[in-house]
Ligand binder design. Sequence first.
Ligand SMILES: [Zn+2]
Length: 728
Amino acid sequence: MTTLLLLGALAFAGAAAACKAGKDETAKSPWPAVSKEARAAAEAALAANPDNPFFKPYGTPFNVPPFDRIKTEHFLPAIQEGIRREQAEVDAIVANKAAPDFANTIAALDHAGIFLTEVDSVFSSLGSAMTSPELQAVDRQTAPLLAAHSDNISLNEKLFARVKDVYDRRDSLGLARDELFLLENTYKDFVRGGALLDAAQKARFRELNQELSLLTVGFGENVLAETNAFKMVLTDKADLAGLPASVVAMAAAAAKRAGLPDGQWLFTIHVPSMTPFLTYSERRPLREKIHRAYLMKGDNGNEFDNKENVRKIATLRRERAQLLGYASHAAYVLERNMAKTPEKVNEFLAQLWAPTLVKAKEEAAALQALMDRDPKAGRGTLASWDWWLYTERLRQEKYALDDEALRPYFKLDNVRDGIFALCGKLYGLQFIPRPELPRYHPDVQVFEVQEADGRHTGILYMDFHPRPSKRSGAWSGGFRRAYDEQGVRVPPISTITCNFTAPTADAPALLSTDEAGTFFHEFGHSLATLFSRSRFRTRTVARDSVELPSQIMEHWVFEPELLALYAKHYQTGEVIPAALVEKLEKSKLFNQGFITAEYLAASILDMAWHTAADPGAADVRAFEKEAMDAIGLIPAIVPRYRSTYFSHIFSGGYAAGYYAYIWSEVLDCDAYEAFREKGIFDRATAESFRKNVLEPFGTDDIMAQYVRFRGAEPKIDGLLKNRGLTVK
Ligand SMILES: [Zn+2]
């Protein structure tokens, strides 16, 4: 997917805004009226595509996409029409006889492309959540079209001349803060999109974008194919040694869904299947088998091998960055982030790496000691496929805490209701089930979100469990433009897509504590989408602040006051016992060395690829080894993603940006301190966070917004405390 960004970033890619459509909003619309020509062309397009639901108003409640009527063959003509319309809108701006000004050029450009954004947001969302060979074919067909279209706008010399004219006079125009922010970012977008290149450079720039658009689509397809290809079918009961009944039931249910006979158990390298196996299985060779399969995704030398894609993507991105005058792709990306330069990111990561490695080594030593005492382990050195098992045993030994024993208190619906309750306490929100709205899959849950006084805020689609047509991971995205074509603001439709533990024959979906945290995280992205308010569609979010709205939500998950509201046993309804909560609290820093190390290692690998001098010549495995040897990563820990399935950076929007999670964590830990100081459900603090940070997210400088909320810039202390790190 060309515009799909992972883990919630889509929510900020332009299709987000909020609040009820009202006359006041319409009156303030800064956009040009729809011309007669544009209206006639739209009518002609509808006449040529009478059955295509994208060409006319959806006619559904809340104007949600009519999934019951959308067919795969509707996307290509709709995307082509979207490209045509946006091009016509751009042509009209260029043809305007009036001298360029903010309204007729910058605001008009902000308005252009609404139709395309709408179609593409539905297309990209389905491409990730429920793809098919037919949809993948459309993606391969449209990715280069969309890349060329984007270049046709950013390389349009007459258009850029108008933008530059307004930009050069920006200080004398008396613009409001949000207008100035939009103007500066629009200008910057053009420059970064090649507007200052000469003709030969522009031609090469276009070629690079074409090639990259296809390579990144291919990368993602390969990862999906490899994730679905591996199946470990167990037929001997003895191979289930160590697995709790719930995990066995899950594997039996998976086997049944796959059409296997009774008495067989299926494990896959989807995380909800693999992680419990690694956590409990006493069969070391099987643990090794499944974990190796996971680690080798895209690196098997078959038709789905991604090594050449990695080399090519990194090489072409570097060439493109250098064409624009940057030393590396990382330098190009980071210019717009809070961190600004690769040096600053590397320095930040190194500062965290040193104490993390010390902690991870201590953890490894403790696990090795445990393994040495295990009569069933055989002699051996702790390997990556041993880490989960002995970590779980150590957790039980130290804290008498068993992650499986916690699951009954984290029934999916209860966790969801806990999040709803939290949003009620903080923001007064209400969530009303809307099962009657069209859905793209029967498992999807749909809710209407309302303010305390009943005003409509938006719609939320939630899609929880894995299936072969779904990309792995969890993310928040959206289905809807923030405005209709008349410039009237319409409430957004946000989506949350996850790969959580599925229900079994005997039990509903019971989440691990990790999954509960992920749910809160993605919900935070959705809140930013649902709350967002601005006069313009364009949002420019510093990538390394994008996890602030999501990660702050994670701080509430295990707060005893909130657990009391939602963590109820799925059978008895009993609230999670205080003793368990206390154990959870005490074990908070347990295994943090590992979690932080595998994350930082992946971030460092990302930076290595996007600053490398000659990535095209790299042997992918040797490149990884060198990058990891340089930081002294121990063999029992593997980077959270190896290169060949690092979709965040090779098919998503996180290239030279995977560090952003922990950079954002400086912000979210510091922000949560404000709640700790005033009370974790304090309404005034929540309202200030909403007004100063969430509503204008991406329409102003993030540090300025943050300071308006917190009264000061964030300190790193909260992050260090949260991770149990001591920096010298
Ligand atoms: Zn996120």
